[in-house]
Design a protein around this ligand. Structure first.
Ligand SMILES: N[C@@H](CCC(=O)N[C@@H](CSC=O)C(=O)NCC(=O)O)C(=O)O
Length: 294
């Protein structure tokens, strides 16, 4: 077994596994949570990967997202990865401000840094993690690699959108569907994204363009495409104007005549897990339908 089971917890009708494993991509020990639902289905159980936001560990959404109820209802497994490598030894000359919660640990931005060797979260989430999870290791047969969808919040919403779109163009193994809560939708044009790309890439923001959902979706490769994306953002989110750039994403979708992308701006909701958990049932039903579970 390549994963250490730190804890097995009864949650809803299924089991939550708190896991660690040694990652080659990030050159260190990574933590994650896995929820295995109660489903009695004979076929393989599909998987939703949940990508968290800035400052999160695998536990934030596990404890406050209430996805487990939906996983039992529809019959999917949920993988909650960490948001960065941990216990990083920074090069002295990098002069990293470890008090900045939007960079470094907890803020891996789902990219492959060419400045810091541990920060290869793109490779870790898209390749190493699904390929390392063995389908029969956790008591049921789970499809971690093919019948899979991706969901994320904020920085993780950016990751979810970028990964899904890169799957469509066959740069990585594809996801069936994508949903995002308050995603950082145009990171090359907001302070979190600009700071992160300048921090992680030698070429700064230019190198970040290939991970920017708004820039990807407005490219010729997506003209007139039919996609399966659901985005929900609250208009009382304190980051709505300064960081999320939802309106730029909507315009890119419209300008490129893309179908199958729903963006809902919900009145009065903020950026917290009160907001996320409110819309989790809707997002899970969307994925369940696309994954053929309903
Ligand atoms: N410094 C604050 C704010 C950090 C914050 O709001 N993080 C969000 C994601 S923001 C974009 O990626 C989050 O998910 N926080 C965790 C939670 O459980 O709410 C702080 O440290 O709270």
């Amino acid at each position: 077994m390549s994963f250490n089971i730190i804890k097995e917890i009864s949650v809803c009708k299924g089991k939550l596994y708190k896991l660690t494993h040694e990652s080659t991509a990030v050159k260190g020990t990574m933590s994650l949570n896995l929820y295995v639902p109660s489903t009695a289905s004979k076929g393989k159980i599909p998987t939703i990967y949940y990508l968290s936001g800035l400052t999160c560990t695998p536990d934030n959404c596990t404890e406050k997202g209430f996805i487990q109820f939906q996983a039992d209802k529809f019959g999917f497994a949920v993988v909650y990865p960490d948001t960065s490598p941990r216990n990083v030894t920074w090069p002295e000359k990098a002069n990293v401000d470890t008090n900045n919660w939007a960079l470094g640990e907890g803020a891996g931005f789902y990219l492959n840094s060419d400045k810091f060797e541990n920060f290869k979260m793109f490779d870790y989430i898209c390749k190493e993690l699904p390929e390392s999870l063995s389908e029969s290791e956790f008591g049921k047969t789970i499809d971690f690699t093919e019948r899979k969808s991706v969901m994320g919040h904020s920085m993780g919403g950016m990751g979810a959108l970028a990964f899904y779109l890169k799957g469509i163009t066959n740069e990585i193994s594809p996801y069936v569907s994508c949903s995002a809560f308050a995603p950082v939708a145009n990171p090359t044009d907001c302070p979190w994204g600009v700071d992160a790309f300048n921090f992680y890439f030698k070429d700064g923001v230019k190198a970040g363009e290939s991970l920017d959902p708004t820039l990807i979706i407005k490219s010729d490769a997506f003209k007139g495409k039919k996609l399966d994306i659901l985005v929900t953002t609250g208009n009382s989110d304190p980051f709505f104007k300064s960081q999320l750039r939802t309106e730029k994403f909507i315009r890119a979708v419209e300008d490129n005549n893309i179908e199958g992308v729903s963006v809902n701006i919900e009145d009065g909701f903020d950026h917290s897990y009160f907001f996320v958990s409110t819309f989790v049932p809707q997002h899970c039903a969307f994925h369940a339908q696309k994954l053929g579970l309903i």
